[in-house]
Design a protein around this ligand. Structure first.
Ligand code: OAD
Length: 260
């Protein structure tokens, strides 16, 4: 039986909103790091939540590794095809839309996501840095994780087996698998943004997977004011300046409204 989150008052304390407003208005550069939690309210399962999380029911090494794909390409292909159909069937939620609205109010806002679902882009966010790639793109198995430009779209319908490129190479989802390197340009851009951030928001991430989990700490070391938005305690909670304990879809619209 999964324990519901302790009852959280959805309204943020006025003092937190005042601090947020002051810090945001003084910031030249805002950086946001999101994780699976921001898509939870769209109905997309996170990875590590007990019972409902993807990795609570499957062994990641059986599905999200190059070895798994070599061992059983059809299984891995169909698992990602199913996950992709799921994300295409849901809508961005108020949290995604709030971040797109926030970008309109900041001199500069850099959105870095660990998510591969493309929901930030569908909510209108632009230039999203996809640290862990995208479930909507494919590339030849065996080649390095591509940055956006050299990848292939999924066939429609996806079929039961991996499709092949013109030279006959098996295609695989352009999602970073365990043990794989992150897309180089995306990681470099995310690190550079974190180093120059005045305000850094970590939203919906358990902060367990490197190097993404280090970005908020890097920003803080360089003087950024850091915020966590998460209904649960995480590895980050004790290291940020402000913890907003609650759901992204309830908290982020309040952060935007506080700026009006
Ligand atoms: P996790 O599943 O590890 O963590 C999800 C976080 O979201 C948890 O801390 C939850 O408490 C929080 N959460 C749940 N509902 C929320 C809500 N409504 N609003 C805000 N937060 C909420 O997912 P990630 O931290 O994203 O890597 O996992 C990081 C990486 O591990 C993923 O990108 C994936 C996985 O292996 C790759 O695919 C390479």
């Amino acid at each position: 039986m999964s324990h519901p989150h302790p009852s959280i008052d959805p309204l943020l304390p006025a003092t937190d909103l005042a601090t947020w407003r002051e810090r945001f208005r003084a910031a030249r550069r805002v950086v946001v790091l999101t994780g699976a939690g921001i898509s939870a309210e769209s109905g997309v399962p996170t990875f590590r939540q007990a019972q409902t999380g993807l990795w609570a029911r499957y062994r990641a090494e059986d599905l999200a590794t190059p070895e798994a794909f070599e061992r059983d390409p059809d299984l891995v292909w169909s698992w990602y095809a199913g996950r992709r159909e799921k994300v295409l069937s849901v809508q961005p939620n108020a949290g995604h839309h709030a971040l797109a609205a926030l970008a309109e109010r900041a001199p500069e806002l850099v959105l870095v996501t660990q998510n591969v679902d493309g929901l930030h882009q569908r909510a209108g966010s632009r230039d999203v840095i996809e640290l862990h790639g995208s479930i909507h793109r494919l590339h030849p198995f065996g080649l390095a994780q591509p940055d956006v430009d050299d990848s292939v779209d999924w066939p429609q319908p996806p079929g039961e087996q991996p499709s092949r490129d013109a030279s006959g190479r098996l295609l695989r989802p352009s999602v970073v698998w365990f043990g794989e390197a992150l897309p180089e340009r995306a990681l470099a851009a995310a690190i550079e943004a974190a180093e120059r951030a005045d305000v850094f928001l970590a939203i919906g991430t358990s902060a367990l997977v490197q190097p993404a989990a280090s970005l908020p700490l890097l920003a803080r070391e360089r003087g950024a004011w850091t915020v966590e938005v998460n209904p649960q305690e995480t590895a980050l909670s004790g290291q940020v300046d402000l913890v907003l304990r609650g759901a992204a879809g309830q908290i982020l619209p309040q952060l935007v409204a506080a700026l009006d």
